[in-house]
Write a protein that binds this ligand. Structure first.
Ligand code: ATP
Ligand code: MG
Length: 404
């Protein structure tokens, strides 16, 4: 095939068994979200680039190197969304949802775009299902959010560890940041090139650099938890109590910072025990709505990476019986009617479009994993019956369609 007609690098088709996994994941999560009474929102795939730059943060990896930015015909800078939260926050304000109710629980599902180096479970177009809660500051909301993340993992049979941390707030983070920068200067000659650059612009990110020398260098770094103000300390302590009371197990990770600037207080990741990478990630962003020009609105949320979960779940078992209707000769109007009646009875029916003899037809029936072949020849049509063949036992008998 001509190179031009391949999907671009990092973009992929989802089909067959993969798509079944994909749908299993999204429908399982949607089912759970219904139980928590989340409401869906669909936001555009494209926003003004600034929506992401200002919220995610100028100094972050996503904004620095991962965004698909382009100008439209009028020269406006637009971007394919790299994540869901910024757009939902923009929509929350633009649609004045804050005026409707004291708080909101929203969820979204759709493709996200990041210019990254593709590898297993990492693409340039990938899919997330995410939730956002607006208007609640108290830690019971954080606890319920983590319960939901835990429910999702359990429902999909995925073993993962919930890692949590607190990043503090406007009051306590600046002093921590200062202490951290000071420390990073001391260990600077052990940092990788990227972290040398990060240590002043985005110092918290150095804490979760994957390079070994950096990990070694930050072992003795000051910890945010030791700098939390009274309110943040209380918030974090209550969250941990609620989680323990709910029986949600978690692990504190003092180096968990997340790659986006907007987080405050609670941050968390569900790290797959099998893959060692995050499959769900999120946290609080108490100032973001205000920074977008909305009223002060504490908020929190998380995003589930669908492709990452696809590496971990099994294809769901087939949960229906397939009837494969095979017409022989000039019986198409009768065959169409038979298929119709069966579908009206709630059966899953495929009318064979294949031409050819019984052997070839049954071969196709097997390929489609049909449970029954409904054989219709001119005899059957005249008698007003069908020959029903059980594909598993091979047993075959004539009966009226209504008797199926
Ligand atoms: P990572 O550290 O793996 O790059 P991230 O911190 O950039 O993840 P988030 O922005 O928090 O990821 O997105 C939430 C989830 O979305 C991640 O935990 C992951 O499962 C998934 N995800 C992120 N980037 C990609 C990608 N390029 N391809 C597929 N899934 C992704
Ligand atoms: Mg990333």
């Amino acid at each position: 095939m001509a190179k031009d007609f391949q999907a671009p690098r990092g973009f992929h088709d989802i089909l067959g068994s993969d798509l079944k996994k994909f749908r299993r994941i999204t429908s399982t999560i949607r089912e759970l979200l219904k139980r928590y009474n989340y409401e869906e929102i669909i936001t555009p795939v494209v926003e003004f680039a600034e929506v992401f730059e200002r919220s995610i943060g100028e100094a972050t990896d996503i904004v620095q190197k991962e965004m698909f930015v382009f100008t439209d015909r009028k020269g406006r800078r637009l971007a394919l969304r790299p994540e869901g939260t910024a757009g939902v926050v923009r929509a929350y304000i633009q649609n004045r949802l804050y005026a409707l109710r004291p708080y909101h629980k929203l969820f979204y599902e759709g493709p996200m775009f990041r210019y990254e180096r593709p590898q297993a479970g990492r693409y340039r177009q990938f899919h997330q299902i995410g939730v956002e809660v607006f208007g609640v500051a108290e830690p019971h909301a954080d606890a319920e959010l983590l319960r939901l993340a835990d429910d999702i993992l359990k429902a999909l049979g995925i073993s993962a560890t919930l890692e949590i941390n607190s990043l503090g707030c406007k009051v306590c983070r600046p002093a921590y940041r200062e202490a951290l920068v000071e420390y990073l200067h001391v260990v600077a000659n052990h940092l990788c090139d990227v972290c040398m650059d990060r240590k002043d612009r985005n110092p918290l990110r150095v804490l979760d650099c994957k390079v070994e020398t950096c990990q070694e260098a930050v072992k003795e770094a000051p910890k945010m938890v030791d700098f939390l103000c009274d309110e943040c300390r209380y918030h974090y302590a209550r969250l941990k109590e609620y989680l323990s009371e709910l029986g949600v197990s978690f692990r504190e990770n003092y180096n968990l910072v997340r790659g986006l600037d907007y987080y405050t207080r609670t941050v968390f990741e569900a790290v797959s025990d099998e893959l060692g990478v995050a499959v769900i990630a999120g946290g609080r962003y108490d100032y973001l709505v205000e920074e977008f020009g909305g009223p002060p609105t504490p908020a929190l949320g998380f995003a589930v990476g669908v492709e990452r979960l696809m590496l971990l779940v099994d294809e769901p078992p087939k949960d229906y019986e397939l009837y494969f209707v095979i017409p022989f000769g000039d019986v198409h109007s009768y065959a169409l009617k038979v298929a119709d009646i069966l579908r009206r009875k709630g059966k899953v029916v495929e009318l064979s479009y294949r031409k050819g003899g019984l052997r070839k037809q049954l071969e196709l029936a097997n390929k489609l994993s049909a449970d029954y072949a409904v054989i219709i020849g001119e005899d059957e049509m005249r008698e007003g019956v069908v020959s029903l063949k059980d594909m598993r036992t091979g047993e075959q008998r004539k009966l009226k369609v209504e008797e199926i």
